[in-house]
Design a protein around this ligand. Structure first.
Ligand code: ADP
Length: 722
């Protein structure tokens, strides 16, 4: 009997062997159920071996094989590679690929009812009413029909019995409509057309190729990559396409654009899907029927049959980095997946990451540039407001020039956007009587005041309390005072400044879920809002034709802290925000309030000199051997007590393998020292590019025997240093 080596969707160290029952046809990639302990578990065959007579191992048998196409060789290679690269057990990675296991079985069916032949004999009034409703509603479920007619479901059964209604089985999870590549797209400008042609050519030729689609905001990057998608749909009837987007809030507007261009909405994949939507997308992907998938970073792990094109839109975006659980950067994994699938990958951005630009300059990526906005739309002029020279009035946050510009913009019937990356009313609450700063219990994290909800919230841990009437330390009444601005406080200031303006706040507090987000975006696009005050949720993707003024309230907030990418991120975020202005016919302007106008990121913003800024970044990082000129990895450990954390940290430090070129920093208390009651310590590891840092980390972690209360996370190429 042949033997199947099975990897389970569980964090086990390795695959296990099972016998293959007679008549069961298994190949590498088959999805199967097999017993682990008392239960049948989901797994994937990694290998099928011929019988090995002589070895008298007692093996259990595979229980069943799912009737789905086996995972492709490229997919299997990708899983193996991702497991190795992220220093994660392969079964954990496989579980990410097979998250919706109901996708492995056919869609459930539901019984529906519709009119059949003419009724025989006399009809009771109840039966007549049902037939009337059935004629009006078409094919419906029994409960819908009974409710519409106001009868019990027994009446419907009776009508089926007499042949007046018939039961039909209907599939619940419908396939996605096929996209049509031949609907007309935009009439491309010269530079758009040549970028599109280069992509089309690459797609036609096939094989691995990576592109950087480097175009200013609003230059038509989406229109250009639509052409690559259309070409692939036309030239290969089996090829599948994945479009990754950073923020789910964005997908709503872009779904409509897909619909307009291809006559069909793509298959969605993100954390907001319900189980039914999830299994539907995954099943259609697995069978190769979903041609275009649009999703968040985790869509990269979907088991495509033939993935030939991956678009990573806004490739610089920080949300592509998964920080919890298995840590990975979706952009880096997308490039590897395209390579293994022998397909194309397009990284699109107006402010590409230094990593990406360096790859393009080294010739590893093909760079396509879009320098202009189509038509008469112009990039906004960006001006710095030096807050040291022109400070806001006491207790206010908008400098006189920005306040005046808001009034002018309102008077001209145009819209403004104020950007402040801080939710709530005030980022710090202090007692006027005793000076106590209110913190999340057991941590050093300040509580943020939220006026609308009347609560004090820790944005790091989620801890929240109703705002107390007295100081929890000294007991003084009415002494708690919010310090510093959040979006709610800026809104309060604008309300006084422009009493007749329609003002709204756009943050994850006001826009929870797609519906609410869509509402705000639609009202803004329809000019039903005069001043929108938002956190980074406003920075991305939206087109607001009547928006002509952007004000950045506190440009410096992102520069604080020891993050190696702080400057780069600030530049990217602020130029994205500024890029919201002046999208259509009207010219835009952007004011950036800063206390550090000499910072290279601020200077580059004002001069619209992205490449100049990248050159400075590149020099600094190359000098220090930081990514992409060197490699970084982190270990974060946490334990229920500080003592245990320190002890574990020492043990981990002692187990570090010796290796040439590796520099080890730590252990050190993490900047967020206590999170959800756990004490955290960090190590940072730095190596030259030539070192296989994943292998080093795996060897290190593999030596450890830590008590079970200690948790350990390895982060390859960390983006967060908290
Ligand atoms: P990006 O992705 O670079 O930010 P988009 O593709 O979203 O740019 O384009 C910005 C806006 O300009 C969109 O509303 C888009 O429909 C429009 N647009 C882009 N290219 C053209 C074109 N060639 N003709 C007409 N409209 C265009």
């Amino acid at each position: 009997m042949p033997i199947a080596r099975i990897l389970f969707t569980m964090p086990l160290p390795e695959p296990f062997d099972y016998t293959v029952p007679e008549g069961m046809d298994l190949v590498a990639g088959s999805c199967v159920a097999a017993p682990v302990g008392p239960y049948d578990r989901l797994g994937m065959v990694v290998d099928v071996l011929a019988d090995q007579p002589g070895t008298n191992r007692k093996l259990k048998a595979v229980t069943a094989v799912y009737d789905v196409p086996p995972m492709s060789a490229a997919m299997r290679e990708f899983l193996t590679w991702a497991s190795r690269y992220t220093v994660t057990r392969p079964g954990t990675i496989l579980a990410m690929a097979l998250r919706a296991r109901e996708a492995l079985v056919p869609s459930p069916v539901e019984l529906r009812y519709q009119l059949a032949g003419p009724p025989e004999g006399r009809l009771t009034p109840a039966r007549a009413k049902v037939l009337e409703q059935a004629a009006a509603l078409g094919r419906v479920s029994s409960s819908e029909l009974a409710a519409a007619a106001g009868v019990s479901s027994g009446v419907i059964k009776g009508l089926v019995g007499m042949g007046a209604l018939e039961e039909v089985e209907e599939v619940v999870d419908l396939p996605f409509a096929a996209p049509n590549p031949d609907l007309p797209g935009a009439v491309l400008t010269g530079e758009q057309a040549s970028a599109a042609e280069e992509l089309r050519e690459g797609v036609r030729k096939g094989g691995f190729a990576a592109y950087l689609l480097d175009g200013v905001t609003g230059s038509g990057k989406t229109e250009v990559y639509f052409e690559a998608i259309a070409e692939l749909l036309r030239s290969d009837p089996e090829a599948q396409i994945l479009v990754l987007l950073p923020e789910i809030a964005l997908t709503q507007a872009i779904l409509a654009r897909f619909d307009a261009r291809f006559g069909a909405a793509p298959a969605p994949w993100h954390s907001g899907l319900n189980p039914k939507e999830r299994r539907r997308t995954m099943r259609e992907v697995l069978h190769g029927r979903a041609r275009i998938v649009i999703g968040a970073r985790s869509a990269l792990f979907l088991p495509f049959r033939k993935l030939k094109l991956i678009i990573v839109d806004e490739e610089h975006d920080g949300s592509y980095k998964q920080e919890d659980g298995v840590t990975y950067h979706a952009r880096d994994l997308a490039v590897m997946r395209a390579k293994l699938e022998e397909g194309a990958v397009v990284l699109a951005s107006a402010t590409p990451a230094l990593e990406t630009v360096v790859n393009a300059e080294a010739g590893r990526y093909i760079r396509l540039r879009l320098a202009a906005r189509p038509g008469t739309a112009r990039l906004p002029q960006i001006e710095l407001i030096d807050l040291r020279r022109a400070p806001p009035e006491k207790g206010k946050w908008l400098s006189p020039l920005l306040a005046l510009s808001l009034a002018e913009t309102l008077a001209a019937g145009e819209q403004s956007l104020l950007f402040l990356n801080r939710r709530g009313y005030a980022p710090l609450v202090i007692c006027k009587a005793c000076g106590e700063k209110l913190k999340s219990p057991g941590t050093e994290n300040w509580l943020t005041e939220h006026r609308y909800s009347g609560r004090l919230v820790c944005h790091l841990t989620g801890y929240s309390i109703a705002k107390p009437a007295t100081c929890p330390k000294c007991g003084a009444a009415d002494s708690l005072m919010g310090v510093g601005p959040g979006v709610e406080r800026v809104a309060e200031e604008v309300r006084v400044l422009l009493p007749n303006a329609r003002i709204e706040i756009f943050s994850s507090d006001t826009a929870q879920g797609g519906e609410a987000t869509r509402g705000i975006v639609e009202r803004m696009a329809a000019s039903e809002i005069d001043v929108l005050i938002g956190t980074q949720i406003v920075a991305k993707g939206h087109n607001f034709p009547n928006l002509t003024l952007v004000g950045v309230v506190d440009a410096d907030s992102g520069l604080k802290g020891g993050d190696l990418r702080a400057g780069e991120r600030t530049y990217q975020l602020l130029s994205q925000v500024a890029g919201r202005a002046g999208r259509a016919e009207r010219p835009g302007r952007a004011y950036v309030q800063t206390y550090t106008p000499d910072n290279p990121a601020m200077q580059a913003l004002a001069a619209n000199d992205r490449d100049g800024y990248l050159a400075i970044e590149r020099e600094v990082r190359s000098e220090l051997g930081l990514p992409p000129f060197g490699r970084l990895a982190a270990i974060v450990l946490s334990a229920p007590t500080a003592d245990l954390a320190d002890k574990a940290a020492l043990e981990i430090a002692a187990a570090a393998p010796n290796s040439e070129g590796i520099e080890l920093f730590g252990p050190a208390p993490a900047p967020i020292t206590v999170l959800r009651g756990r004490h955290r310590r960090r190590f940072l590891v730095k190596s030259p590019r030539s070192v296989d840092l994943s292998a080093y980390m795996a060897a290190w972690v593999g030596r450890l025997k830590l008590p079970s209360q200690v948790r350990l996370a390895v982060d390859i190429d960390p983006y967060s240093f908290l």
